[in-house]
Design a protein around this ligand. Structure first.
Ligand code: CAO
Length: 460
């Protein structure tokens, strides 16, 4: 039989009567030097008391709940190597000051603990995992969902730390502790939660939370150094419109759905109507038919004629408008303005065309009254008279969608076994993805294209 030595509580600083929270060993267990024997928990820190030497546990002198101070006996170990310390009665192992300082630094440090995955909990591959984790999360760990039964984890931690982790919903399997043998301390759990709160997951990896756009400053260039320049101030309309466009572009998650409508028959009807209507001096433009067709689609898909709104309790609602006021973008020398035709659903194509013409004339003369630019539920931006095949219009907040229209062109369309020339109108619908799903947007443009192809559908 080897030599028996009593292990005493070493110098644990100013602590006394510290409760034992966990005993890690049992009679007969083999322990290596530095293996934790018991854990103490003071108000400020969790302290592991390690075995001072390798050997077999012959007696345990403490149980959870006992209070101990420096010099209290913990256990009797039969030492394996009799060539070591031969002090027969007791061994008071004082951790050297460097180790003590390191431990207390670790206990109070805000440095995040390292993290492992579920599949990787064995000691053998721990170093590899630690290296991988360090690569992926150089500074701190990601938020991971805790398993349903956090207490069932095999992580190396005392009962109070487990309880603490359970209360916070932290999965201890995801933490490599900073205690001896990677024992998880309360501070490790706190650091894990802190790190999680300050990070978000992007593509499965953690990323710092940024509240602003955190952009680089705008480049300052002296253009005159590179050649002759002319300085022109922005019009008032451009300044106001620019600020609105900027806000809308930044704040609304835009998606643009592209589609095409066969307007061959519509264009024939429009041309024919214009011949007959000439006496009234109102030219029926494509835009007036578009507005009429649009009302049919808005009635079928009401969430496109809507606005997001926060109520007094901070809850977000969708306000669906049961009126149909349509804005249309007008290009003027001073910039873009958006007059509004009210109650389009109650007007015929001729009345719409008349109003379109009057309002665009007022817009170009800079004579629109504020009320003539208010109340739209949906906006059309038509560049068809100019050109282009498609574009991504910016939603006019607080609306949730805008229809861009580009130049119609004849295209070969395959019909009944042959290609036939058809006049095809490109549609570009930008929508607020917080309100409208992609499928709804595709249904909306398909429906609108159908109506434009056969305007009789607008009457149904
Ligand atoms: N495809 C092919 N031709 C088109 C067309 C289209 N989508 N839309 C209009 N046209 C034709 C018209 O038929 C007309 O030809 P005719 O004289 O032979 O009939 C010609 O182009 C001019 O039309 P228009 O532009 O004067 O009339 P409109 O009703 O179509 O448009 C208005 C009125 C106010 C929308 C337009 O003048 C305008 O200002 N458009 C610019 C809008 C804009 O800047 N949008 C960008 C905003 S940024 O998001």
């Amino acid at each position: 039989m080897g030599e028996l030595k009593t292990v005493l509580i070493p110098d644990i600083g100013d602590f006394s009567d510290v409760p034992v929270v966990e005993v890690f060993v049992q009679n007969g267990n083999h322990v290596n030097a530095e293996d934790p024997l018991i854990a103490l928990e003071s108000d400020k820190a969790t302290i592991d008391i390690p075995a001072p030497f390798t050997g077999k546990i012959r007696e345990i002198r403490v149980k959870p709940g006992d209070k101990v101070s420096e010099g209290s006996p913990i256990a009797i170990i039969e030492i394996a190597d009799s060539g070591g310390n031969t002090d027969t009665e007791s061994v008071l192992r004082k951790p050297d000051s460097t180790e003590k300082n390191k431990r207390s630094e670790e206990a109070t440090s805000e440095k995040a603990p390292q993290v492992i995955t579920h599949a990787a909990q064995t000691e053998s591959n721990e170093n590899v995992i630690k290296a991988e984790v360090k690569q992926i999360y150089p500074a701190s760990p990601p938020i991971q969902p805790a398993p349903a039964d956090v207490a069932a984890t095999k992580a190396h931690a005392g009962p109070s730390v487990r309880r603490f982790a359970r209360e916070l919903g932290v999965n201890l399997d995801l933490i490599i502790g900073s205690g001896p043998k990677h024992r998880i301390l309360k501070e490790d759990v706190q650091a894990f939660v802190k790190a999680g709160l300050s990070r978000v997951c992007v593509n499965g990896k953690s990323a710092p939370v940024e509240t602003g756009l955190n952009l680089l400053p705008w480049p300052q260039v002296d253009f005159a150094r590179h050649g002759p320049v002319e300085i022109k101030s922005l019009s008032r309309i451009k300044q106001i419109a620019g600020a609105n466009l900027h806000r809308n572009w930044v704040m609304i998650p835009h998606v643009t759905q592209f589609d095409e409508a066969d307007i061959t028959d519509l264009e024939a009807l429009r041309k024919e109507s214009n011949t007959a209507e000439k006496q009234n001096a109102v030219k029926l433009t494509l835009l007036s038919f578009l507005m009429k067709a649009l009302i049919a689609s808005l009635k079928k898909f009401p969430e496109f004629n809507a606005s997001l709104d926060k109520n007094a309790n901070g809850e977000t609602n969708l306000i669906i408008k049961r009126y149909y006021h349509i804005g249309f973008a007008v290009d003027t020398v001073n910039g873009l303005v958006v007059p509004v035709i009210r109650d389009v659903d109650q007007k015929g194509v001729v009345a719409i065309a008349r109003e379109l013409s009057e309002l665009s004339a007022l817009a170009r003369e800079n004579k629109l009254k504020p009320e003539q630019m208010q109340g739209a539920g949906f906006t059309i931006s038509s560049l068809g008279g100019i050109g282009g095949t498609a574009f991504t219009p910016i939603i006019n907040a607080p609306e949730v969608a805008i229809l861009g229209v580009s130049k119609a062109n004849y295209k070969p369309v395959y019909r009944d076994g042959e290609f036939v020339p058809r006049l095809v109108l490109p549609l570009s619908l930008s929508y607020d993805h917080r309100v409208i799903d992609g499928a709804a947007a595709a249904r909306f443009t398909s429906h609108l294209a159908e109506v434009l192809t056969d305007m009789r559908l607008a009457l149904l």
